[in-house]
Write a protein that binds this ligand. Structure first.
Ligand SMILES: Cc1cc2nc3c(=O)[nH]c(=O)nc-3n(C[C@H](O)[C@H](O)[C@H](O)COP(=O)(O)OP(=O)(O)OC[C@H]3O[C@@H](n4cnc5c(N)ncnc54)[C@H](O)[C@@H]3O)c2cc1C
Length: 470
């Protein structure tokens, strides 16, 4: 929106839009760099998708990995993120992630984040998904923001940013029009505006526009994630990236569409489970990225699969890492069990003879060391050893694809400046987190979104605090 003379009701040095992880990282950093910060969150509470997440952060070479005897490096991390993105991600952004990742790890720990384990997950050629409890961490972070810079961050809830305001003379973004507790207000940003408003996994119109083929996915993600940030920047001419690559996540329980709750994703495939369709047949190399598995399940009858596994895999369950909390899923009635393979087949209405033949054929591949059907060579991305499935009781997790995040959006450079469609910075406007495009390319590597929120959120906060008008 271009208005000749903006009149303002509220002022701050930096205005941050969105109270998820990226917004909090930006706010804390801006405050620590001497800025008075106003953090706007449209929902009655902060957290967004960050608080619903699995809590995996992708870092490499940490003390936790070293203590677990895991060898990892910046080079491996770089290659994995680029490979997951099928080399279509912005190399400079991936390099910036790698360059800042260790500092980001230390920052999370320094802010009170408590990592409990490190797991192997999609796209990792070494276990590097550092797991923490996102609810605890986001609460701690809100408190840290409150204290940052000696009390320089003010958070407003029920405060929806609606449009970015620019000066007519300089075309600089100098503020935000918002709706705060039902009242319109213009807010001036004396230095910069940081967009950290998350993705648009709950905006049907935008999903229909960019990825109509994902219509069968269950919709999930932060309740306020309607793409407001993307649209506000788009309205000022921001470029967009990666929108055609929006993908669902495999392992989502179909009941999540109608039943409120958290932790609906289970990824027993990365512990060695097989995935079968309604015809009781495997349909994919289960060690692939769960984004690619998401596409594969959409092509199956009713977009439905079952992760089938035995007690050997159940024994690898975690009680802290959400995708592997099989015991909790069992207690909640989401994971089903029966003493025999035939019993579990009947329970989920699969043909028992076909399922038995599928398992036997798969076990033959494991024994021979070669999966002749789909070429699966490990638990995830070729890492980890496969085992035969043969020890009851048996388990089945009904699974489909869930659109939990969009991982695409406005074009930014490594300094988080929002770039317009011609690649030129939109003065005074910075963006970080899920609403930015270019970093992931074709597909996301597990843990890289939360990692990216910290890394680029901090850069955005710093740069917005340093941005000088005029
Ligand atoms: C179930 C699930 C599991 C996941 N697991 C992982 C994982 O383990 N590892 C990983 O890396 N990624 C994971 N992700 C993705 C990751 O959680 C998100 O990409 C990331 O948290 C996004 O953070 P963000 O700060 O950019 O946005 P969010 O955390 O979504 O925060 C954006 C905030 O902006 C607010 N907002 C929106 N519009 C406005 C407006 N107009 N005005 C004011 N406020 C506004 C929203 O209400 C929201 O609170 C998962 C996501 C889900 C849903």
């Amino acid at each position: 929106m271009l208005i000749k003379t903006n009149t303002y009701d509220i002022e701050a040095d930096v205005v941050v839009i969105g109270g998820g992880l990226a917004g909090h990282a930006a706010a804390i950093e801006a405050a620590q760099h001497g800025a008075d910060v106003l953090l706007l969150e449209k929902q009655p509470e902060c957290g967004g998708s960050s608080v619903l997440s699995g809590g995996f952060f992708a870092f490499a070479g940490t003390d936790i990995q070293k203590a677990a005897g895991i060898s990892d490096s910046n080079e491996l991390l770089f290659d994995d993120i680029r490979r997951a993105g099928q080399q279509q991600n912005d190399e400079a952004l991936v390099r910036a992630y790698v360059e800042h990742q260790m500092a980001a790890y230390e920052w999370v720990v320094g802010q009170g984040g408590k990592f409990t384990s490190v797991e192997l997950a999609a796209g990792h050629s070494a276990p590097r998904a550092h797991s923490l409890k996102p609810q605890d961490f986001m609460l701690t972070l809100a408190q840290r923001a409150h204290e940052a810079g000696g009390g320089r961050v003010k958070t407003l809830l029920n405060a929806r940013a609606e449009r970015l305001l620019r000066t007519s003379a300089e075309m600089r973004v100098e503020g935000v029009s918002a709706n705060i507790e039902g009242k319109a207000a213009n807010i001036r940003a004396r230095r910069g505006v940081v967009l950290a408003a998350g993705g648009f996994s709950r905006n049907e119109a935008m999903l229909k526009l960019f990825v109509p083929h994902q219509a069968q996915c269950v919709r999930y993600g932060g309740y306020g994630n309607h793409g407001d940030g993307v649209r506000m920047a788009w309205a000022l001419g921001a470029g967009l990236r990666d929108v055609a690559h929006i993908k669902g996540t495999f392992g989502f329980h179909p009941d999540s569409a109608t039943t409120p709750g958290r932790d609906w994703t289970k990824l027993a495939v990365y512990r060695g489970a097989i995935a079968v369709n309604k015809q009781a047949r495997r349909f994919v190399d289960e060690s692939k990225s769960y984004k690619l598995l998401g596409d594969a399940v959409l092509a199956q009858p009713d977009a439905r699969a079952y992760q089938i596994f035995d007690q050997g895999i159940m024994d690898t369950a975690s009680d802290t890492a959400p995708p592997f909390k099989f015991r909790e899923a069992l207690a909640l009635g989401r994971l089903l069990t029966e003493p025999t393979l035939e019993g579990i087949a009947r329970r989920v209405e699969l043909d028992p003879a076909t399922l038995a033949a599928t398992v036997e054929r798969y076990n033959g591949f494991v024994r021979a060391g070669r999966d002749e059907e789909f070429g699966r060579t490990g638990l995830s991305s070729g890492y980890g050893k496969l085992a035969e499935l043969k020890r009851g009781p048996w388990y089945a997790y009904p699974s489909t694809s869930g659109l939990i995040a969009t991982y695409c959006g406005v074009t930014v450079d490594t300094e988080t400046r929002v770039l317009d469609v011609f690649g030129e910075p939109i003065a005074g406007l910075f963006a970080a987190g899920e609403m930015t495009g270019g970093f992931h390319g074709v597909a996301y590597m597990t843990g890289s979104s939360l990692g990216k929120c910290v890394i680029f959120g901090r850069i955005a906060g710093r740069n917005a605090a340093a941005f000088a008008a005029g």
